[in-house]
Design a protein around this ligand. Structure first.
Ligand code: SF4
Ligand code: SF4
Length: 110
């Protein structure tokens, strides 16, 4: 199953450098999940965060219902364009995604 952008999840972060290339299976992003917009750090400039945001801080691009207000605009970060929902990040549900991403963040930031 392949995916198209459906939510705030198609964004990259420091995670991308650790993403195993063997993962070719993609999953559908769950709109409203936003785990990857909150749990992990982002190195690209964001509104209010010119040097990116730290892990655990919701991206200021999130709406109150955890969708991306920047998608489709010039401000949409390149790292987010590159990110693809995948089982290694998204897990089985939103709680699983937060757990997996927290582990990935720890692994990539030491
Ligand atoms: S800009 Fe922020 S809210 Fe939008 S996809 Fe990227 S991390 Fe998520
Ligand atoms: S963790 Fe996965 S399901 Fe959740 S918002 Fe990000 S890409 Fe979508």
């Amino acid at each position: 199953m392949t995916t198209a952008y459906t939510g705030p999840g198609e964004r990259a972060s420091g995670l991308s450098r650790a993403a195993p290339s063997a993962y070719s299976v993609t999953v559908e992003c769950r709109p409203g999940c936003a785990a990857c917009c909150i749990v992990i750090s982002i190195s690209s400039p964001l509104p209010g965060y010119p040097e990116g945001k730290p892990a655990g801080i919701p991206c200021p691009g999130l709406t109150s219902d955890n969708l991306c207000r920047l998608w489709g605009t010039d401000a949409y970060p390149g790292v987010c364009r590159e990110f693809r929902a995948g089982p290694e990040y998204c897990g089985a549900d939103n709680a699983d995604a937060r757990r997996l991403l927290a582990a990935q963040e720890r692994a990539t930031t030491g």
